[in-house]
Design a protein around this ligand. Structure first.
Ligand SMILES: *[C@@H]1O[C@H](CO)[C@@H](O)[C@H](O)[C@H]1NC(C)=O
Ligand SMILES: *[C@@H]1O[C@H](CO)[C@@H](O)[C@H](O)[C@H]1NC(C)=O
Ligand SMILES: *[C@@H]1O[C@H](CO)[C@@H](O)[C@H](O)[C@H]1NC(C)=O
Ligand SMILES: *[C@@H]1O[C@H](CO)[C@@H](O)[C@H](O)[C@H]1NC(C)=O
Ligand SMILES: *[C@@H]1O[C@H](CO)[C@@H](O)[C@H](O)[C@H]1NC(C)=O
Ligand SMILES: *[C@@H]1O[C@H](CO)[C@@H](O)[C@H](O)[C@H]1NC(C)=O
Ligand SMILES: *[C@@H]1O[C@H](CO)[C@@H](O)[C@H](O)[C@H]1NC(C)=O
Length: 756
């Protein structure tokens, strides 16, 4: 009885996983096109040209012919020109041989020609499936993002999903200039107002998605309310994105091989700006790059100049330090944290001890009896021990584990799903998957082909001790379903990338954390053909669109706020405590530092009414970029302005009017100013409260500020004064905060200090 039940669920899971994997075999559309060209030396180059005074007035045709004029006569433009850019760059993407690129680079008026790179999506764990209460981030506001357009740059969309219905939604605002490239009527609607594909192929294909990432991220940002989002009859609830009434514009930039070329990303940002989006959401990245070489930083600067808010994933390369993507200060960089819902199972040992963990696969009829327990790593088959401890494919071949519960270590390379398959092939009855040391206590609810539970590294050590200390170790698994109210939530998850920023250590990054673990949202297909199509995934790919949706909500209530003001509102109101009322923890269950949390966990309701904001105008970034030591030409690539740093009063990074401080402190004091803008009550008085970092003196002047008007600006100064080396102990960094407090508001910015 038990077996048939599994088999039904399992075959569904397996077929969907297979669908995901099999895309790797599909021939790239790019490859197909290159074959046609009969030249394997061709690569797509991003070419930046010196800006012409007249560009602003150019029609598209003028722009194209101006760009074409840089290329040799008889150049096969039609086949080789990939994209012309207007907003994000003065330049174009073109297919060239290395020789052609070299001679182009030497031409007058060419700033830079470099081969493009491919970005990757920021989802880590295999998508998994189960319906659950959403419950997170529903914000009962009248507007729910009304009138705001969110552009999602991702892998496309599955447009007929119920999350994108337009019941009761008004038409897009008059400024909207975008298109819908789906064939046929009634595909785009007042919810999904635009969809374009920037994936170049021989035939122009509509922006449907095949890898399921874009549908999920779009729904997280702005999915409609969907009742009874449940699968297998499990937990029921309402699913919704953060801004259910915002409009969505989709820009597909990733092909079916999950390759997202930077020429397409630049094109998508260029078109989205032209189309009139208000918010851009990008759950992808390239790692840390100088801003003038980072397509997202370049595109986001143009977006910011046009008043468009840009939210990006921080990356999934944690928990090590300095592992961020998308570090530019004009971007909101979003890390990932848990929500208070877990899908729980536990490993119960023969000695009565129980260790809680997570799994999505929750068989109702797993026998409550103890089975013999073995650690795959002590089966002892010579040179296979290492591979067996990880239950790698093939490592348990010819071994009979019938009737046994098997303990496997989780390594980096292979998904836990595949490890479970290996144990099932060896006839194991269940698997206990033990986190690697770096994953600590971060567990994930994922799909499995047999009864399974993922437990913490610490639990794994204890279970291994038990196995060693007992002649006949035994265990069973207990399945407990969905549990809401984890008081440790939010906690920073192991994979969430950490600061400090490599490109600009004087700006604290990430900026914020938001929900990114076991997130339920739209999925193109139903898992059992009966219940609505939803899936659970984890990644900073998931936390980024949450913040995009929240930015849309704020933009809807404050249409005149700049991108920097919206970012400030989100950061200065963030929560620093978890639901249990203690400082937010990380994957080790230690207090998370500011390089993991940034300002803290987003609090949408408070972010809508911050009292004060730290505003930044686009031109304020130029003295900052000069201060970073970039050349005039490098700044021109980013800003699209002719810049001469000798005539600009450059500033140190920490002097940018950013809603946080990241100080690299030697033996000298440092002095900075910040400017507050009053967006709360006209007459309000704030006084400063400091949490002074260890081994540091701080003074703030003035310590009390009275505002008499809305939008009034007042500046204050901060001194950071080092104390003796001895007073730091062995600490290499310290953290604190600076908060302006009134009767109604607390406007907090975090401070990190790295001792040099
Ligand atoms: C779109 O519609 C046009 C005209 O109806 C048709 O020729 C074309 O093949 C369609 N394209 C796709 C991708 O379905
Ligand atoms: C592992 O040991 C087996 C048997 O001794 C041998 O045939 C095989 O080549 C070894 N494999 C590796 C990778 O060393
Ligand atoms: C262990 O697994 C890896 C990856 O599958 C494989 O390359 C290696 O040969 C295996 N080691 C042994 C000893 O079989
Ligand atoms: C268990 O015992 C084996 C051999 O007796 C030893 O190699 C191993 O390190 C022990 N493991 C633990 C977790 O103590
Ligand atoms: C930048 O300004 C300095 C000082 O005014 C001037 O000497 C220099 O020629 C300018 N550089 C460029 C490239 O215009
Ligand atoms: C703010 O205070 C000024 C004088 O201190 C007063 O004239 C003004 O009416 C007040 N504004 C509001 C909105 O209360
Ligand atoms: C600092 O590190 C040294 C050497 O590791 C150690 O002996 C000392 O106790 C540490 N001091 C403090 C305050 O932790």
């Amino acid at each position: 009885m038990m077996k048939t039940n599994y088999t039904m669920q399992l075959s569904l899971l397996v077929s969907l996983i297979f669908i995901l994997c099999s895309f790797n075999q599909i021939t790239s559309v790019f490859a197909a096109e290159e074959n046609q060209e009969h030249d394997h030396n061709l690569m797509t180059y991003i070419v930046h040209v010196k800006k012409s005074e007249n560009v602003a007035s150019f029609q598209s045709e003028d722009l194209h012919s101006w760009y074409h004029s840089f290329l040799p006569q008889n150049f096969p433009h039609k086949h080789r020109m990939v994209f012309s850019y207007r907003h994000v760059a003065s330049g174009f993407a073109v297919k060239l041989t290395p020789e052609e690129a070299k001679s182009l680079q030497e031409k007058d008026g060419i700033l830079l020609a470099r081969p493009e790179r491919t970005l990757s999506l920021h989802t880590t764990h295999s998508p998994t499936f189960l319906g659950l209460k959403h419950g997170q981030g529903l914000w009962n506001d009248d507007n729910l993002g009304k009138g705001v357009i969110i552009g999602v740059i991702d892998s496309g969309i599955f447009p007929s999903h119920p999350s994108f219905n337009d019941e009761g939604m008004p038409p897009p605002p008059a400024k909207w200039k975008g298109h819908c490239e789906f064939n046929g009527t009634k595909i785009c609607n007042n919810k999904l107002i635009g969809a374009r594909s920037l994936v170049k192929s021989t035939i122009q294909e509509p922006p449907f998605e095949n890898i399921f990432h874009g549908t999920h991220t779009a729904a997280e940002a702005a999915g409609r309310f969907i009742k009874d989002a449940s699968v297998f009859g499990n937990a029921k609830g309402v699913a919704a994105g953060m801004a259910p009434n915002a409009h969505l514009a989709i820009y597909k930039v990733c092909n079916d091989k999950i390759e997202c070329p930077e020429s397409a990303i630049l094109a998508a940002m260029d078109i989205a700006i032209e189309d009139g989006v208000d918010v851009l959401s990008l759950s992808l990245g390239l790692g840390s790059l100088p801003f003038f070489e980072d397509p997202i930083a370049i595109g986001a600067f143009a977006a910011t100049k046009n008043g468009v808010f840009v939210s990006c994933s921080a990356g999934n390369s944690g928990p090590e330090y300095s592992t961020l993507s998308n570090e530019a200060p004009w971007i909101l960089t979003v890390g990932a944290s848990t929500i208070d819902r877990k899908i729980v199972a536990s490993a119960k040992l023969g000695n009565g001890e129980e260790y809680e963990g997570e799994t999505l696969f929750q068989p109702k009829d797993f026998p409550q009896q103890l089975f013999p327990l073995v650690y795959a790593g002590s089966l002892g088959y010579g040179n296979q021990t290492q591979n067996q401890s990880l239950c790698l494919p093939g490592s348990l071949k010819n071994i009979d584990l019938s009737g046994k519960v098997v303990l496997c270590d989780i390594g980096e390379d292979v998904s836990t799903f595949v490890k479970g398959q290996e144990v099932l092939n060896a006839n194991g009855v269940a698997v206990i998957l033990v986190n690697s040391e770096s994953d600590g206590f971060s567990t994930f609810a994922t799909a499995h082909v047999l009864p399974a539970v993922e437990v913490s590294y610490a639990a794994g050590l204890t279970i291994k001790d038990y196995i060693n200390s007992t002649y006949n170790p035994t265990a069973t698994l207990l399945f407990k379903g969905t549990v809401i109210g984890d008081s440790l939530a939010p906690s920073v998850v192991s994979f969430s990338s950490r600061g400090p920023s490599q490109q600009s250590p004087g700006i604290l990054k990430p900026d914020i954390i938001g929900p990114g673990v076991n997130i339920l949202a739209a999925w193109p297909v139903s898992i059992d053909n009966k219940t609505p199509p939803f899936a659970i995934t984890s990644g900073t790919s998931m936390s980024c669109p949450h913040l995009s949706g929240i930015a849309a909500l704020i933009k809807s209530s404050h249409p005149d706020w700049s991108p920097a003001a919206i970012k400030s509102a989100i950061m200065t109101t963030a929560n620093t405590l978890n639901l249990g009322g203690i400082p937010i923890l990380d994957q080790r269950l230690s207090p998370a530092d500011v390089f993991a949390t940034g300002a803290g966990h987003v609090n949408p309701v408070k972010a809508n009414d911050p009292g004060l904001v730290y505003d930044i105008q686009p031109e304020d970034y130029v003295p900052y970029l000069c201060g970073l030591g970039y050349t005039d030409q490098e700044i021109e690539l980013i800003a699209q302005w002719v810049v001469n740093c000798s005539n600009v009063k450059s500033i140190p990074e920490a002097q940018l009017n950013y809603p946080s401080f990241s100080i690299l402190l030697g033996s000298d004091s440092q002095y900075y100013t910040r400017t507050l803008t009053n967006v709360g009550l006209a007459n309000s008085t704030y006084r400063v409260e400091l949490e002074v970092p260890l081994a540091l003196g701080m003074s703030v002047n003035p310590s009390e500020i009275t505002f008499n008007e809305v939008n009034e600006k007042v500046s204050y100064s901060v001194d950071f004064i080092p104390k003796t080396k001895e007073s730091r102990g062995n600490n290499t960094y310290a953290q604190g905060s600076l908060t302006w407090v009134s009767d109604k508001h607390a406007v907090r910015i975090p401070i990190s200090v790295i001792f040099m």
